[in-house]
Design a protein around this ligand. Structure first.
Ligand code: FAD
Length: 510
């Protein structure tokens, strides 16, 4: 193994892979170092007894069509790595108001609102939708891939001047939280709860803390008469594989089971990394895709101490309980790919064990499970308190008892959908924030930084240490697949320069 490359990326999450692939495409020699045995981070897939399990994302969109405002779709296109996806257009929700099948597009959702809450509330929703359209258009007018690291907003506005000026009135909404818009324009409790749920699924935080641009983009996509969500054939592992293949075709490489133990600095510059096995690898530029707390722990004592102190205080979102099942599919013909359950709106959407996502990808992609079987990933999104797990040792008796008790929430929801689910199961795996931390190397098994959009944007990809960049869910624009892909491109563009970025944007027509 060669000991000097142009760019080392620590971590093969979607952000790290996107960064690596964009750098490699620009001719840089890139090496991605991943601690786990599989690439993909929160989006990695794993197999047991013929079942293909997902570890993270279940909701994907904007991958099937072009043009797409999804930065991941844009990067895959730049890499010429097409993805096969299965579009679908509804999902089930089990809410205090009742069990509903909710279509993705605008008119379908309006019909659900009319049936549930009456015509006046549907009209309230229509007015809100109309209000969001120019905000969504403003968000789309400034593609995230066009941004430069450092977030010099004024320079970006001037550069894209004519395209952007007509969106200026709507742009003031983009950098803040979504909550104030909702507070001003939605009174109906169901509509407000619905928006809060979607915000929570996107950001891990309620609407008062979720970025307005992210939500306007989501609703903008859903207003499209052809709106659909996409399930990537082969699951998130197929997305990761497409990025890895794109990287390799451009000469890059990924090494798994390569845990970085230390970022090496010389004269205040990042010059390489030392792995856990003692090997040192040098690089002209270093990018950390590890979360912010893990990245800080890799730096030598005393380096950039004011910045480290500041970033070490970043609050963390809560973590996850997971349920992975392989089960008998016979007679379950009407099962949706996703079911989202909320117990009690009054407890708040972020309350512990108040919301569950159940995802059964094999209803769309039968190859995810052996014939006649289904594979399920259930999780409590960003709501499991770390304090419950902090002092428990993974694998101990106390741990197993706590795990069984906490994961009980999944079974009661599942039994509503499939009363004999326990008898059908061939394979059962339950997971906790400790499992999550163990496999994904994430601080406290957290979803990511709990940085409220009301307090501003996520920190950018630059650091005070020369030649050290950041990307992933701890950096602007934030948590979730499209944002981390964008952060990877942002860091890459900082490394490869403005000219390369311009020609990429031109090729993509952005
Ligand atoms: C259960 C769950 C459901 C989700 N659902 C959705 C969804 O439906 N839609 C959506 O858009 N988003 C969803 N997300 C969020 C999304 O998956 C994440 O925000 C995103 O994948 C994080 O990517 P990242 O680039 O920050 O890297 P991460 O996925 O955090 O990966 C970082 C990588 O760095 C590696 N690493 C860390 N330290 C080191 C080290 N010292 N040496 C070497 N390697 C190291 C880790 O092993 C890891 O592979 C979900 C997340 C989870 C967990």
């Amino acid at each position: 193994m060669k000991h000097k490359v142009d760019v080392v990326v620590i971590g093969s999450g979607i952000g790290g892979l996107c960064c690596a692939a964009v750098c490699a495409r620009a001719g840089r020699e890139v090496l991605v170092l991943e601690a786990h045995s599989q690439p993909g981070g929160a989006a990695h897939g794993f197999q047991r007894q013929g079942y293909h399990f997902e570890s993270g994302p279940s909701l994907w969109s904007g991958l099937a069509r072009w043009p797409s405002n999804n930065p991941l779709a844009q990067i895959l296109r730049a890499l010429d790595q097409p993805l096969e996806v299965i579009p679908y257009s509804n999902w089930d929700v089990l809410l205090p108001e009742g069990d509903l099948r909710v279509p993705v597009g605008r008119s379908g959702f309006e019909a659900v609102v009319r049936d549930l809450r009456g015509s006046a509330v549907m009209e309230e929703w229509q007015r809100f939708s109309d209000l969001l359209q120019p905000i969504a258009a403003a968000a789309n007018a400034l593609p995230l891939l066009a941004l430069r690291p450092g977030l010099d907003a004024m320079a970006q506005l001037l550069e894209r001047g004519p395209q952007l000026f007509r969106h200026l009135p709507a742009m003031r909404h983009l950098s803040g939280a979504f909550g104030p818009l909702v507070d001003r324009h939605l009174q109906d409790p169901f509509l407000r709860h619905w928006v809060d749920l979607l915000c929570f699924l996107i950001s891990g935080m309620p609407m008062g803390d979720t970025n307005a641009a992210a939500m306007a983009t989501l609703f903008g996509d859903w207003f499209d008469p052809e709106a659909s969500l996409d399930y990537p054939v082969g699951g998130s592992a197929a997305v990761v594989d497409a990025l890895v293949q794109g990287l390799k075709r451009h000469g890059g490489a990924v090494r798994t089971q390569a845990r970085v133990e230390r970022i090496l600095l010389e004269d205040g510059r990042a010059v390489g990394v030392r792995l856990q096995d003692g090997e040192s690898i040098h690089a002209d530029q270093l990018v950390s895709n590890a979360d912010i707390w893990s990245t800080l722990a890799l730096l030598p004592e005393g380096a950039a101490s004011a910045w480290r102190h500041d970033r070490a205080g970043t609050p963390a979102c809560n973590g996850f309980l997971h349920l992975h099942l392989g089960f008998d599919a016979s007679g379950l013909d009407d099962l949706p790919i996703h079911t989202v359950w909320v117990d009690d709106w009054q407890r708040g959407i972020a309350a512990e064990r108040n919301a569950v996502v159940l995802s059964v990808p094999s209803v769309l992609d039968p190859n995810m499970a052996p014939p006649g079987r289904h594979v399920l990933h259930g999780y409590t999104p960003a709501s499991e308190p770390w304090d419950l797990w902090r002092d428990v040792e993974r694998g101990s008796e106390a741990y197993n008892a706590l795990k069984q008790e906490r994961c009980g929430v999944f079974w009661s929801v599942l039994e509503r959908k499939i009363p004999d689910i326990r008898d059908r199961c061939e394979l059962v795996m339950e997971g906790t924030p400790l499992t999550h931390r163990h496999y994904l190397n994430v601080h406290q098994g957290s979803y990511g930084p709990a940085l409220s959009a009301a307090g501003g944007l996520f920190p950018g990809v630059t650091t005070p240490i020369h030649d050290l960049w950041l990307c992933g869910a701890s950096t602007f624009p934030g948590i979730g697949i499209p944002p981390v892909a964008a952060s990877g491109a942002l860091a890459a563009h900082g490394i490869v320069g403005r000219q390369v970025q311009r020609s990429l944007l031109k090729e993509l027509g952005l």
